[in-house]
Ligand binder design. Structure first.
Ligand code: 5AD
Ligand code: SF4
Length: 461
């Protein structure tokens, strides 16, 4: 029999990227191999994101496109997973407008993928397997995984989010906060080190909530300090942290543990206190500015990046200008900026009905914010020209094989002339040019001793 192929579309955040790696691992364990294009696949999975409307629309656009492909290949199985699967409206929409989709499964039961595929084989009805709320994180231990990189690995530490920011769908799609046991995380990290991985990124919607739900008293700072001791791992990152409850202990831990990278991604969302309160963010502008100050004092050379929403329901021009002023004051190294997108079922979506600000004006606000942020980045990036920095080399860049991309500890992107053999190695480079979103650099010396080659299909546990 010819080998069956799979293709996974991944939308959204790093948690989804990680979930896709696990789905790929499960499929490969079942004997599937990766297809390079969806048209050649026997199983196609859409691992979706629900954070903004646009993400959802692009998923349905692509599902629609596959309809004609499936007519040519009737045995093709199509499934929808991820955050959209957790929204009841999605299932309705699939039944009505996308009958060529065979199955829907949620974010809490990825481990059931093999069973679901078996059920799909026996029926021509839509198979729906969505758990309303998160199960025991134990269920997700010991799953196979096909990691996207052999050098950098994502490691889940906490699932879900309890913060209920009023604009956000995540607490509804990903459920309550559930921390993995520290022993399980450390075992995974040690195994990654053994396999040759050099960098780990600890993942969670809210990593600084880590541990509060565990029987033992532990937190993200303790976890970082424990991973610091794992031989072979050189750089440690974590995503995403909430400015609220970003403790002094955590800042000290980053300062004192040399493997923990000095990059702080701290989504501010707005620079206005009334809006922050309406968003249910649990901090004020003043608190945020003080946090940034504290980090810069304690961790020299730290980069600070953020997420910002403009046009939250009821945001006035004055309130928006508070965000501009905060951006000017903080001087972020990078900012991901979004127009507020109403998410059905969230409190803020109801407030949009009474919002007098038209979308056009919100688009204009986004543009003003971006212009300001880009000019800040251009100016500040210039100051790094001439610096010597250590980078982890990723390999050929997406656009041009003659150019290698690399990241600094502060997560700055550096483009270098291609140098085969440097993939996955650390190198010293000099920054020669600064742009708004990246730097150019030149190689300074030879690589450190090569690590063991990474295994691609890894069984954890
Ligand atoms: N509309 C626009 N942006 C949103 N984000 C989350 N929910 C929404 C929404 N409804 C943004 C926030 C968050 C980032 C991941 O996405 O800025 O930090
Ligand atoms: Fe959404 Fe807020 Fe939770 Fe982040 S902290 S996932 S923005 S609810």
């Amino acid at each position: 029999m010819e080998q069956q192929r799979y293709y996974i579309y991944t939308y959204g955040c790093q948690m989804n990227e990680r979930d896709s790696e696990i789905m790929a691992g499960l499929l490969e364990e079942m004997g599937y191999v990766a297809a390079s294009r969806p048209e050649e696949a026997d199983v196609v999975i859409f691992n979706t994101c629900a954070i903004r409307e646009r993400a959802e629309e692009s998923v349905f656009g692509e599902i629609g496109r596959l309809k004609a492909v499936k007519e040519e290949r009737p045995h093709m199985t199509i499934g929808l997973a991820g955050c959209m699967a957790q929204e009841p409206v999605t299932i309705e929409r699939i039944r009505r407008h996308a009958p060529h989709v065979n199955f829907v499964f949620g974010t809490h039961n990825i481990h059931e993928l093999p069973d679901i595929l078996a059920r799909v084989r026996d029926t021509d009805q839509l198979v729906v397997d969505v758990w309303k709320s998160g199960g025991d994180p134990e269920l997700l231990e010991h799953l196979p995984s096909r990691r996207a990189s052999g050098v950098k690995a994502w490691v889940n530490i906490i699932y879900g989010c309890d913060k209920y920011c009023t604009y956000c769908i995540v607490p509804y799609t990903r459920g309550r906060e559930r921390s993995r046991r520290p022993e399980a995380i450390l075992r995974e990290v040690r195994q990654l080190a053994y396999q040759g991985y050099k960098e780990v990124t600890l993942l969670g919607q809210n990593v600084n909530a880590y541990g509060h739900d565990l029987p033992e008293k532990t937190d993200l700072a303790d976890l970082l300090a424990a991973i610091q001791k794992v031989e072979g791992i050189r750089w440690i990152r974590y995503l995403t942290s909430h400015p609220w409850q970003f403790t002094d202990k955590l800042i000290d831990t980053v300062a004192e543990n040399d493997k923990v990278c000095e990059h702080f991604h701290l989504p501010v969302q707005s620079g206005n206190n009334r809006i922050l309160r309406k968003m249910n963010r649990h901090y004020t502008r003043e608190y945020y500015l003080e946090l940034v100050e504290k980090i810069r004092r304690r961790v020299p050379g730290a980069s600070i990046t953020t997420d910002i929403i403009v046009g939250f329901p009821g945001e006035t021009e004055e309130e928006f200008q508070d965000t501009l002023r905060l951006v000017e004051e903080v001087q972020f190294d990078n900012a991901f900026t979004f127009i507020y997108s109403p998410r059905p079922g969230t409190p803020a979506a109801l407030w949009l009905k009474k919002d007098p600000t038209p979308l056009e004006e919100k688009k204009e606000r986004l543009q003003r914010l971006n212009e300001l942020q880009y000019s800040i980045q251009r100016r500040n990036n210039q100051r790094l020209v001439g610096d010597e920095v250590e980078v982890l080399v990723e390999g050929p860049s997406k656009k041009d094989a003659q150019v290698y991309s690399a990241r600094t500890r502060t997560h700055r992107l550096v483009l270098l002339p291609a140098r085969p053999g440097m993939e996955g190695r650390f190198a010293r480079v000099r920054i020669t040019e600064a742009q708004t979103f990246y730097f150019k650099g030149e190689w300074l010396d030879q690589p450190a001793a090569a690590g063991r080659p990474a295994l691609s299909l890894a069984h954890e546990g």
